[in-house]
Design a protein around this ligand. Structure first.
Ligand code: THU
Length: 131
């Protein structure tokens, strides 16, 4: 799938964000190895710690449908209505490392028609895994 299309799906997913506390609207579009896309948004909570990031929402949707192999994820965020660069938090990086290989592609939207591209091993070197 075209990387820009995946980024545009992440931007669209920001519209679903439930984020009355931070006012940050985050969207993710997770591409499975067999070509399906699972979108996700951040879902906040008055108690704060139950908040789930957009990336983990997307992973939860995919894994709960039996899909566990992935090739890329795009992440977009809007703060006060404007695109803002959100690289994945540490918890989301760890969740990615559970299901994805070192060369998994992470696309971070940085503006209209612009994104930065990372591999998972760049974002989470020397990751923890149980053998
Ligand atoms: N957030 C995400 O959805 N993904 C990230 O990788 C970083 C942070 C959300 C959590 C919270 O709802 C808001 O952004 C502000 O931290």
């Amino acid at each position: 799938m075209d990387k820009k299309v995946l980024c545009d799906m992440a931007i669209s997913a920001t519209n679903k964000a439930y984020s009355p506390y931070s006012n940050c609207k985050v969207g993710a579009a997770l591409l499975s190895a067999d070509g399906q896309v699972f979108t996700g948004c951040n879902i906040e909570n008055a108690s704060f710690s139950p908040t789930i990031c957009a990336e983990r929402t997307a992973f939860a949707k995919a894994v709960s449908e039996g899909v566990t192999k992935f090739s890329a994820i795009a992440i977009a965020a809007k703060k006060d209505g404007k695109l803002s660069t959100f690289t994945p938090c540490g918890v989301c990086r760890q969740v990615m490392s559970e299901f994805c290989s070192d060369d998994f592609t992470v696309l971070v939207v940085t503006g209209e028609d612009k994104f930065q591209e990372y591999t998972l091993s760049e974002l989470l070197p020397a990751s923890f895994k149980l053998d």
